[in-house]
Ligand binder design. Structure first.
Ligand code: SF4
Ligand code: SF4
Length: 474
């Protein structure tokens, strides 16, 4: 008998909430508030049950064991962990497909290599209806083979609403495909919000539209500086107007990208959002740092993040508003611990639902049945690797060459968490973002560690638990 390696604890005096201790097990997700004596009992658990226990202590130990805080031994716990990642990888419960309808964008974000800069927008790839039909054929084959309970289709880009014929075609056809097979379909759209009209939403709602994620990069002036049109015109007012017109029709999440120059404007953005009549309709608000291409002489104060790239070249794939950073598309990568924590707490204070900083993964790169499809039909293991042909794992037409086979084998073997020793956060982190590891460390199979951010997330959970009526073991 042994205390689980996935136990984390926060003495509640640390958050000004009394003498008890908040316990969490990241593997079972059990959360308890216990007395200091019970917490100390966990320290006494060795290879055998501690001797001389009172009936109360024996009862407490039984409860702790039932909830996974006490395990038979380390070896069996490691086997559970291996089995857990195997189950995540092989699960057929849900098929997840992200389609980049185009790499074109109508914004000229200052941090983005993509978008409407120079003539790139004219040459960026755009999915044709013929390719979309083949994407649908391929997806139907996956549905028939896997027989999942649910199917998540995410439309992404570039700016996905710049290719409405493909967006509508895929939504409508795959909705029918799912219906015919008795599979629940969930449709998500990740957009910059400029073209998010009631007509678009009305057209997609009958085909399972679940949520639309819109990006705001700070308050009015900051957003307009960060996310202008090519001519420099601001986009904030138009996006807010669009959100106002559709917020009662579908779930809207707000995402945002920050750097040192914009992070301080987020409280003003949160104040502004709170005042809007659609505030209570926002399903989630979450922010993440901008990924920037390293510059030789970065201005003082710029957060030193690196672009998603190999050899300094951008991948030219998904929109930088989400690639390598936001749920997902992922909220779990490249986060700056201290600023993320600050913005998360601010968001909660304003009454918005947000990520809790602990339940972050494993992300879709660990799932065999999660695919990203580029405008040309190339397959990728996750949105953060799109646009780099070296990282393509296959193609919807079934073509397989040595390069793709090698990439597929490489992604199937990703398990950075195996280098994380006894870290208590492995079940919810899985070793961090592989895109960030690839970029920053040159090896997608090395841990990209933001442990302090998880620790801050647990403290935040403890504070919330203590503020609620919560199960207490004395
Ligand atoms: S590897 Fe990074 S970018 Fe890719 S799905 Fe995971 S968290 Fe997201
Ligand atoms: S990357 Fe860091 S926080 Fe994540 S599991 Fe590994 S050691 Fe833990």
């Amino acid at each position: 008998m042994q205390a689980s390696m996935f136990n984390v604890r926060v003495p509640l005096e640390q958050v000004g909430q009394g003498d008890d201790v908040f316990l969490m097990n990241t593997f079972t997700d059990a959360q308890l508030i216990v007395s200091r004596d019970v917490a100390a009992l966990l320290d006494r658990v060795g290879s055998d049950a501690p001797q001389g226990l009172t009936p109360d202590e024996r009862g407490a130990l039984t409860t702790l064991a039932e909830q996974g805080f006490v395990v038979p031994d380390r070896e069996s716990e490691r086997k559970y962990l291996e089995g857990y990642f195997r189950d995540v990888r092989e699960s057929t419960d849900r098929l997840r497909i992200t389609v980049l309808t185009t790499l074109q964008c109508n914004f000229a974000c200052d941090y983005c290599f993509q978008g409407d800069h120079g003539d790139y927008n004219k040459t960026a790839a755009k999915m044709t209806l013929e390719t979309a039909a083949r994407v649908a054929d391929w997806t139907e084959e996956r549905l028939d083979t896997l027989k999942p309970e649910s199917f998540v289709l995410t439309l992404f880009g570039g700016e996905p609403l710049l290719n409405l014929p493909v967006a509508y075609y895929l939504a409508e056809r795959l909705w029918s495909s799912a219906q015919e097979r008795g599979v629940q379909m969930i449709l998500n759209v990740i957009t910059n919000g400029l073209l998010l009209t009631p007509d678009v939403v009305d057209r997609l709602v009958p085909f399972g539209l679940n949520a639309v994620k819109v990006t705001l990069d700070g308050d009015h002036d900051t957003h307009n500086r960060m996310r202008p049109l090519r001519g420099g015109q601001g986009t904030f007012d138009k996006i807010i107007e669009n959100v106002r017109r559709v917020a009662h029709k579908c779930r809207i999440s707000i995402g945002g990208n920050f750097d040192e120059t914009s992070v301080d404007s987020y409280p003003a953005l949160l104040d502004f959002l709170r005042e809007q009549e659609f505030a209570d309709k926002l399903a989630r608000v979450a922010f993440k740092p901008i990924i920037r291409e390293p510059k030789p002489q970065a201005p003082k104060g710029l957060i030193p993040l690196t672009v998603i790239s190999d050899g300094g070249k951008p991948l030219n794939g998904t929109c930088m508003t989400s690639a390598g950073g936001g749920t997902s598309i992922c909220d779990s990568c490249n986060f700056l611990d201290e600023k993320m924590t600050f913005l998360r707490e601010e968001t909660k204070k304003h009454g918005f639902s947000t990520v809790d900083g602990v339940h972050m993964g494993p992300c879709e790169i660990h799932r065999q049945h999660a695919h990203t499809i580029g405008p040309d039909g190339a397959l990728y293991a996750c949105p953060g690797f799109t646009g780099d042909p070296q990282q393509s794992t296959g193609h919807i037409d079934g073509r397989l060459d040595a390069r793709r086979e090698t990439a597929a084998t490489r992604f199937a073997a990703i398990a950075a968490w195996k280098n994380c020793d006894d870290c208590a956060f492995i079940p919810v982190c899985a070793g961090g973002c592989s895109v960030a590891a690839h970029t920053e460390l040159g090896d997608m199979n090395r841990p990209n560690c933001h442990k302090s951010s998880f620790e801050a997330g647990v403290i935040s959970l403890a504070r919330d638990a203590a503020a609620r009526e919560f199960t207490t073991i004395n």
